[in-house]
Design a protein around this ligand. Structure first.
Ligand code: ZN
Ligand code: FE
Length: 257
């Protein structure tokens, strides 16, 4: 399974999963149809599945158009998004499994950004040594999604679930927000040498218009404040007494940043 990263809208990424053996493709969160069509054409692949993480229009915007062109496409999404994801056919819950290109994704229920948000995790296999995590707007490189329909308690549980995955997991998040996220991270964890190093690398990459997605989960664990609410330095910085309180304060500060 090869992952192609496509730019969409102003700062979204669509991920196109390609199975070269079958010449089949699946897309994660198609915001727009044009970049998907272009990539399918270049590859000569047939679209068979849409994997949606949540119902926001910058993630499901092209569902309808892609179904018009590829009527056999199967649309997957979270069970609690019933009625909110256009043309949804499969209603997934925590622990469900989804097959593509001889890989099996595990469905993780990760509410917080929205109440129905899910993530797709493809664990490593004998042939493919990295795991692939498609986490939508739950975890970002250096940050996390806003709480539109969830509580800090829910989001901490969701992010804990993602944090438990192996360090070498590639994190395919849906937006290029990394530089701004790390600017915020420096304001709350500015003595963290890993953040300083990452910030310099990301700044240089962005100056050359390079993408910073995917990132590695191991790097997120060291540098992303929204996975580090149990670190004493961060708790002290926001005067949080517990992981949930620390997370809640960090999220509130980031909303105003
Ligand atoms: Zn969203
Ligand atoms: Fe989004």
């Amino acid at each position: 399974m090869q992952v192609h990263r496509l730019r969409a809208l102003s700062d979204n990424y669509i991920f196109l999963l390609h199975d070269p053996e079958q010449q089949q493709a699946a897309v994660v969160d198609p915001a727009e149809a044009t970049p998907v069509r272009r990539c399918l054409q270049e590859l000569g692949a047939d679209l068979v599945a849409i994997f949606n993480t949540h119902h926001h229009s910058d993630h499901v915007g092209a569902n309808h158009q892609l179904l018009q062109q590829f009527p056999a496409v199967c649309v997957y999404g979270g069970a609690d998004d019933r009625g909110r994801i256009p043309r949804q056919q499969v209603f997934l819950q925590e622990g469900d499994r989804v097959e593509f290109a001889k890989r099996t994704a595990e469905v993780l229920f990760v509410p917080g950004h929205t109440r129905a948000h899910i993530a797709y995790y493809f664990p490593p296999t004998a042939e493919a040594e990295t795991g692939e995590l498609f986490c939508g707007d739950t975890l970002f490189a250096g940050g996390c999604g806003r709480l539109f329909e969830g509580t800090p308690t829910q989001m901490v549980a969701s992010l804990s679930k993602l944090r438990d995955l192996p360090d070498r997991t590639r994190v395919w998040c849906a937006h290029e927000y990394t530089l701004k996220n790390l600017k915020f991270a420096l304001t709350v964890d500015g003595n963290n040498p890993d953040i300083l190093e990452r910030f310099a690398a990301v700044k240089a990459a962005r100056q050359q218009q390079q993408a910073t997605v995917p990132s590695l989960l191991g790097v997120e664990k060291l540098t992303n404040p929204f996975l580090r609410w149990d670190q004493p330095a961060l708790q002290a910085a926001v005067k949080g007494n517990s992981p949930v309180q620390t997370f809640g304060r960090l999220r509130g500060m980031k909303d105003r940043f």
